[in-house]
Design a binder for this molecule. Structure first.
Ligand SMILES: [Zn+2]
Length: 61
């Protein structure tokens, strides 16, 4: 069995962990109005709703 040549630094371990975390954060929230995937704490890109109100005009249809 292969043996690691040297201990991986704290930075390198954390860089690898952060790269893997990116993929799980892609669909973190869904719009409560139209259930489209959206970024948390952002207005919905599809319908413009945020916190139960119209935060910005609806995107071109
Ligand atoms: Zn929406």
């Amino acid at each position: 069995m292969a043996v690691p040549y040297g201990r991986k630094s704290r930075t390198k371990s954390r860089m690898q962990r952060a790269a893997n975390m990116k993929y799980s954060a892609k669909v973190a929230a869904r719009c409560t109005n139209c259930s489209a995937p959206k970024m948390p704490h952002y207005a919905c890109g599809a319908c413009g709703a945020y916190a139960g109100r119209q935060a910005r005009p609806v995107a071109a249809e």
